[in-house]
Design a protein around this ligand. Structure first.
Ligand code: AMP
Length: 140
């Protein structure tokens, strides 16, 4: 399976469609998931093309994981979460629906269930507010 340059996250990286940006550096971008399974659900992607973890350049993974860690720490603080779930799916059989490598970052607290994967689209204003909370925790 090859990388499709027209996938939705490639379009976000090219600025062709909007996102609620949380953090960006030279190699990575973090933004809010539009169908959040938990308040503060974010996605972290590399700027370099990769379909998923299976074909990714290993040299891109250090920067990617560093951003995952950074936004996970900020999300825990911003949402007062007790923990943070990191998820990453490879190929449709494993649940992948967008074919540009991404890590899910989900703030979690005991007794608060997850909403369905690719479930309901969240309100734009709510996502904007959540992105602002995480950016504030990042000191951005
Ligand atoms: P996965 O099953 O790991 O490929 O998940 C893809 C994720 O991308 C899902 O959680 C979707 O809610 C999310 N998603 C799809 N389109 C967008 C978009 N335009 N902006 C932000 N998140 C998106």
């Amino acid at each position: 399976m090859s990388y499709d340059t027209n996938n939705i996250f490639a379009k976000i990286l090219r600025g062709e469609i909007p996102c609620h940006k949380v953090y960006e550096n030279e190699h990575t971008l973090a933004f809010m998931d539009v169908m959040p399974q938990a308040d503060g659900h974010m996605l972290v992607i590399p700027k370099s093309p990769a379909r998923n973890l299976l074909d990714a350049d290993p040299t891109a993974l250090g920067a990617l994981l560093a951003t995952v860690q950074r936004v996970a720490q900020a999300a825990r603080q911003a949402f007062g979460a007790e923990g943070v779930l990191i998820q990453q799916f490879n190929e449709p059989a494993a649940g992948q629906t967008v074919f540009h490598l991404h890590f899910h970052v989900l703030p979690r607290s005991a007794g608060v269930g997850l909403r369905p994967h690719t479930g309901k689209m969240a309100d734009n204003a709510v996502l904007a507010g959540h992105a602002a909370k995480v950016r504030a925790a990042l000191g951005a």
